[in-house]
Design a protein around this ligand. Structure first.
Ligand SMILES: [Zn+2]
Length: 577
């Protein structure tokens, strides 16, 4: 049950990531000498009540001890509540869950006017206490987030130069970006340096984007890596607020496998989980219990795109006497910052900030909307790119819209013909990873070293400057199983000369055989007996290539050496270019 609650919380409160173990193999990196400011994702920051007073208590995150006894006591009530809910009566479910939620969320309440009910601040808060070296020295190692990424950074940067910035994620980004500006000044004062490098994840990426918009021209940042930033919000927030959640059980099962770091394909769970029932349960619990709390959180409002914000504002945020200050800040965030993001980021670039936006595409949104996403955030909201609806692609001969880049020598359309990056906030500085889930960089042997190089060196200028890091590439996480590309072209695309397909086993632990390659109109000369060890690759000849413009390729494989091995597959899209 605790796991069930964690999953619900994880999905409902969303955009946090789970880091389980270390897996880092990046090459030598020569550090540029700038201190690193690490801005973590949603709900990641620890919150403390009454700091420095006798009543001081951790109310969220690290340092907070959940009352296990209370959780255990509530289990029978919740189980019985689920049974009654199935029979049409939700009252026991809600009261049992309510007691638990009160315990978990009681200390972090935000009042209707947008201020905190209690005296709450994030910890660490001041730059002087926020370097990993200081946290360790004070016995606060638990407060270092996202251990895989921070450990990768620590391979190159001394711990006294890596700083953890926490947002008060209950507030909006106008407040958080102001706090970040003060924090960066603090880091510069502590270290005696002129500039910092920023790594910002998800909700933290929206904070960083707002910071760059309002303070970027102060040129206090050298490299800013925004990984899966929620710059334009996420449609998942609308799904949650509308009580309109329709989680796909297949995708959730696979997401779970990535979080648990198992190479086992858990999608069989999707076939046996009662999806409709679980979605109904989550909708009930969320709309009755979390919605009233969540609607006062500024961050929830900044997760809405501009149109959704305008609609919901009229419904829920319409009393100038109570909501006046909140309305002013959210209006500024949406109608100024988000509406003019491209211009603002370009001004920061002109002032000398190197901005790297890394995003994912090729997955349906977790709550079931048919938009292209990384499961948690729409690709268009992360990057500004124009995308085809999930499950469809642009027509053959599609021409890029050219809103933010109209250079005819640039190709900003993805090999899958689903993403047009010419409309992105920064077309030359946005990298797209196909099939990677939100915030799962740490287990991806391609993306993690790329991001470290962006963050810690000045080697990579833009998507054209380094053939190792093109604008579009495939996710290469062990759970993805196989990597494939036509060898005569840059990754993904094909044309009449594409005669050889390179296939690599990207598992860490399992050897495999490729049992079949299926694609419309294509024939492959495959040796289906050949065993590929981890990291081993082979080339397959192909003939009669599709002339349909775009085609789907299904690569089927099986782990070798186990009688119980399940058949698995990876689906890829190729378009002519
Ligand atoms: Zn361009």
């Amino acid at each position: 049950m605790k796991k069930f609650i964690s999953i619900i919380l994880c999905l409902a409160m969303l955009i946090g990531t789970v880091a389980v173990s270390t897996h880092a193999q990046q090459g030598e990196i020569t550090w540029d000498g700038d201190p690193v400011v690490f801005i973590q994702g949603y709900t990641g920051s620890a919150l403390v009540k009454d700091r420095g007073l006798e009543t001081e208590a951790a109310v969220w995150g690290a340092g907070r001890e959940l009352d296990i006894a209370k959780i255990i006591i509530s289990v029978p009530g919740i189980l019985a509540g689920i049974v009654l809910h199935a029979m049409g009566d939700s009252s026991l479910l809600l009261s049992s869950f309510g007691a638990l939620a009160e315990d978990m969320l009681g200390g972090i309440e935000i009042l209707e006017d947008g201020t905190s009910k209690y005296n709450v601040t994030p910890y660490p808060y001041y730059a002087e206490e926020a370097s990993i070296a200081t946290l360790r020295a004070n016995g606060k190692e638990d407060y270092v987030p996202e251990k895989d990424i921070t450990n990768s950074i620590l391979e190159t940067v001394p711990a006294e130069y890596v700083f953890i910035f926490n947002t008060d994620w209950r507030l909006g980004q106008i407040d958080n970006s102001e706090m970040l500006a003060a924090f960066i000044d603090g880091v510069l004062a502590c270290t005696g340096k002129d500039k910092v490098d920023i790594y910002a994840l998800s909700h933290g990426g929206q904070t960083a984007a707002a910071y760059l918009y309002y303070y970027g021209t102060q040129a206090k940042v050298d490299n800013a890596v925004l990984n899966v930033p929620a710059i334009g919000g996420t449609t998942i927030a609308t799904g949650l607020l509308g009580g309109n959640i329709n989680f796909g059980m297949d995708e959730i099962s696979r997401f779970l496998a990535v979080m648990l770091r198992t190479e086992t394909d858990l999608r069989f769970l999707g076939k046996i989980l009662p999806g409709d029932f679980l979605n109904g349960l989550i909708n009930t619990v969320f709309s009755e219990m979390f919605l009233p709390v969540a609607l006062n959180f500024g961050s929830v409002w900044d997760f809405m795109d501009i149109d959704t914000y305008t609609t919901y504002k009229a419904k829920y945020l319409n009393n100038p006497i109570i909501h006046g200050e909140r309305i002013e800040k959210h209006d500024k965030m949406h109608y100024d910052c988000m509406a003019n993001m491209s211009k603002g980021l370009k001004a920061a670039q002109t002032a000398g900030v190197n901005i790297y936006i890394t995003a994912n595409y090729g997955t349906q949104l977790g709550t079931g909307e048919t938009v292209d996403s990384d499961f948690i955030i729409d690709t268009k909201n992360t990057t500004g790119a124009y995308t085809a609806d999930y499950g469809t692609h642009f027509v053959k001969g599609y021409t890029a819209k050219g809103t933010n880049c109209s250079d005819p020598t640039h190709n900003h359309v993805s090999p899958s013909y689903t993403v047009d990056a010419s409309t992105a906030f920064l077309p030359e500085n946005t990298w797209f990873i196909y099939g990677q889930y939100h915030g799962q960089v740490y287990w991806d042997d391609y993306t993690r070293p790329m991001i470290m190089e962006m963050l810690l060196t000045d080697n990579i200028k833009d998507v054209h400057s380094d053939p190792r890091y093109p604008q579009f590439e495939l996710a290469q996480c062990p759970v993805d199983g196989v990597y494939a590309k036509f060898t005569n072209e840059k990754s993904g695309y094909y044309n009449a000369d594409s005669k050889k397909l390179l296939i690599r086993n990207i598992c860490d632990e399992n050897s495999m055989v490729i049992t079949a390659i299926k694609a419309d109109g294509c024939e492959f000369n495959l040796d289906s007996k050949k065993v590929l060890a981890p990291d081993e690759e082979m080339t397959v000849d192909c003939s009669k290539l599709s002339d349909n413009g775009c085609f789907i390729m299904e690569i089927e494989y099986k782990y070798s050496g186990s009688l119980l091995a399940q058949p698995m597959s990876r689906t890829l899209y190729f378009c002519e270019n």
